[in-house]
Write a new protein. Sequence first.
Length: 272
Amino acid sequence: MGLDVFKSEVEKLLGYALPPARPYTFDRNIDDFGWSTGEDGKHHFTLFIENGRIQDEPGRDFKAGLREIAKVHKGSFRLTANQHLLVSDVADEDLPGIKSLLASYKLDNLSHSALRLSSSACVAFPTCGLAMAESERYLPLLIDKVEKICEENGLRNDSIVMRMTGCPNGCARPYIAEVAFVGKAPGTYLMLLGGGYYGQRLNKIYRESVTEPEILAILTPMIQRYALERRASERFGDWTIRAGYISATTEGKAWYEGVGGEGAWREVAVGA
């Protein structure tokens, strides 16, 4: 059909003409964590909810903490597209009490690395019947190990967008992550590299099938090189392209060009 034909059909259904497209830029792909203040003087706190799961665990009573905040909070709660939560519309006089509760229940984001803050996973097992591998329950464990590699190379506070899904449907939007893992079978994943940090570029297949030992064996020297070779403000996804690990996806039809694993495009095509 093409864009012009599609646009004209939409306008027929709407009953009016669409205005010209307004300028836009991709300037973020993760949430702005922490406190911010709106024009009305109200305060808003974006808190990290790992993979969107609010529950109580040993040493992490997040559900209990949010329940206590809800008892005294006079504003609203808002969900983000990255599975996190905003405690919004906090007045000046209520700020100390909300901050105290956030700190006492470890909801103040202070203990998380930039890698973890930038991560996301779908629910996968045991919730989703389409899942072929773990995602929500496994990604935090993998992050623990990759986090150590980042810390050893001075990258604890450097954001790398890492996402994981249990199947190719991609509910955690893995295809625009800088590093992504898509489940193929229990413990086995497709590995993708080269997505744009700001969500402006698709990644593509780097390895057709990897398990945890292979993931760590690949990422360890890669992160070491990134720490040493990156340019000022160069993001990990951009660097993997410049370093020759993967080629850039300049448009959708170029997604199969320059994939990392031999025959990977055939496997995806057949699977699709």
